[in-house]
Design a binder for this molecule. Structure first.
Ligand code: HEC
Ligand code: HEC
Length: 312
C-alpha cells in the first residue's frame, strides 16, 4: 500500500514535455544528411535491428535494420528477469507519431504516451549534444524508410521501476546548428553524437561510468555461443595503452576492416574472439569525419589503466 502511494505521488510529478519543434522536409540535402547520420554516425540501426551474433561484430539480420530488435535483455545481457527491446523505427510503428513526438523521444526520452524511455536508448547523450538541424534531418529520413511490419518480441520488463523511468525525461535547450567540418568543435560533436564514450569508459554493474573517460576497459560479455569477455580499447593518447602511436591513416583504415557484407560472411566459432563494437556501421562514415574524430581523441589526456582486451 505504502509503495503504491509512493508510486502515485512520484509519477504525479512527472512532467509532460512539449513535442520538439523540428523542420522536417523531403528536400534532397536534408534526407541525405539524415540518412548519413542514422546509418553511419549515430547508427540507430545497431540497436533497432535484430543482430546475428554468430558473425563478426553482430551484423544486422537481412532486412531488419531500423525494424526493431529482439529481446536485448535476454539475448545480449543474459538477464532472464528483464526483457526489453528497441522498437521498430519504420512507419509501421512510427507512422501515427507526429514529427515533434519522435524528436521528443530521441532527445528528451519521453514516449508518445508520456512514459519515460529506458535510458539504454541514449537520450541522455543526445540531449546534451545533438543540434536541432541534425535532429530535423534525422526525422526527415526516418519518414522515408519503407514500412517493415516486424512485431515486438514481447512485453517489456525494465531493470528500473516505472515511477523512476517516468521521472527521467528532461527538457534541455538544444543548439540550433551542428558545427560544420573544419570548425574546432566538429570532431567532438561527431564523437558525442556517435556515442563512443559510453562503451569506451569503464562502468560499474549498473552501467555508471567509474573510469577515466575514453580510457577503455569496459567489460562486455560477447552475446555469441561460447561467450567470452571483450573489453573496450583505450582511445586516449597513451603511447602503449592507447592510440598515441596511431597515425590518422591507421585509424581510418581500422574502420574499413568490416562492412555489413564482410561481417555477415565472417563466422565466429563458438568461444572465438568477437567484438560488441558495431564496426560494420561506422565503416560507412567518410574519411573526413573519421579524421575529425581522430583529431578530437588526440586532445584527451593520456591515461593508462592496464587490462586484457579479451578473456575467452
Ligand atoms: C544503444 C541502443 C540504442 C541506440 C543507439 C538508439 N536507440 Fe532508440 N531505443 C533503444 C531502446 C532500447 C528503446 C526502447 C526504450 C523503451 O521502450 O523504454 C528505444 C526507443 C526509441 C524510440 C521510442 C519508440 C517508442 O515506441 O517509444 C525512438 C523514437 C527511438 N528509439 C529512436 C532512435 C533513433 C532515431 C536513434 C538514432 C539516432 C536511436 N533510437 C538510437 C535503443 C537505442
Ligand atoms: C558498443 C560498445 C562500443 C561502442 C559504441 C564503440 N566501441 Fe570502440 N570498441 C569497443 C570494444 C569492445 C573494442 C575492443 C574490441 C575490438 O577491437 O573490436 C573496441 C575497439 C575500438 C578500437 C580499436 C583499437 C585497436 O587497438 O584496434 C577503436 C579505434 C575504437 N574502438 C574506436 C571507437 C570509436 C571512435 C567509437 C565511436 C564512433 C567507438 N569505438 C564506439 C566497443 C565499442
Amino acid at each position: 500500500m505504502r509503495r503504491l502511494a509512493l508510486v502515485l505521488l512520484v509519477s504525479g510529478c512527472a512532467r509532460t514535455i512539449a513535442p520538439v519543434d523540428v523542420s522536417v522536409s523531403d528536400e534532397q540535402a536534408q534526407l541525405e544528411r539524415g540518412r548519413y547520420l542514422a546509418t553511419s554516425v549515430m547508427v540507430c540501426g545497431t540497436c533497432h535491428a535484430r543482430r546475428d551474433w554468430s558473425r563478426y561484430a553482430g551484423p544486422p539480420k537481412e532486412g531488419t535494420e531500423f525494424a526493431g530488435s529482439g529481446d536485448i535483455a535476454r539475448d545480449e545481457h543474459f538477464s532472464p528477469k528483464f526483457s526489453f527491446f528497441a522498437p521498430n523505427l519504420t512507419p509501421h510503428h512510427l507512422g501515427p507519431w507526429s514529427n515533434g513526438e519522435i524528436a521528443r523521444a530521441v532527445v528528451f526520452g519521453q514516449g508518445r504516451d508520456g512514459r519515460g524511455l529506458f535510458p539504454y536508448m541514449p537520450y541522455f547523450e543526445y540531449r546534451e549534444s545533438l543540434a536541432r538541424d541534425d535532429l530535423s534531418a534525422l526525422i526527415s529520413y526516418l519518414r522515408t524508410l519503407p514500412a517493415i511490419g516486424t512485431d515486438p518480441p514481447g512485453p517489456q520488463r525494465f531493470a528500473m521501476p516505472r515511477f523512476v523511468l517516468d521521472g527521467l525525461p528532461e527538457e534541455r535547450p538544444l543548439r540550433e546548428k551542428a558545427p560544420q567540418p573544419g570548425a574546432p568543435e566538429y570532431g567532438r560533436y561527431l564523437t558525442e553524437i556517435a556515442g563512443c564514450m559510453g562503451c569506451h569508459t569503464r562502468a560499474d554493474r549498473r552501467g555508471l561510468p567509474i573510469g577515466a573517460p575514453y580510457a577503455g576497459g569496459r567489460e562486455f560479455i560477447v552475446p555469441a555461443p561460447g561467450g567470452g569477455i571483450v573489453r573496450s580499447a583505450n582511445l586516449t593518447l597513451d603511447d602503449a595503452a592507447g592510440l598515441g602511436r596511431w597515425t590518422k591513416e591507421r585509424f581510418i583504415a581500422r574502420f574499413r576492416t568490416a562492412t555489413v557484407e564482410t561481417a555477415r560472411q565472417q563466422v565466429v566459432e563458438p568461444g572465438g574472439f568477437n567484438s560488441v563494437m558495431p564496426w560494420w556501421a561506422w565503416a560507412r562514415m567518410n574519411d573526413g569525419d573519421l579524421g575529425a574524430i581522430y583529431d578530437y581523441l588526440r586532445t584527451l589526456p593520456p591515461t593508462r589503466e592496464p587490462f586484457a582486451r579479451w578473456s575467452p
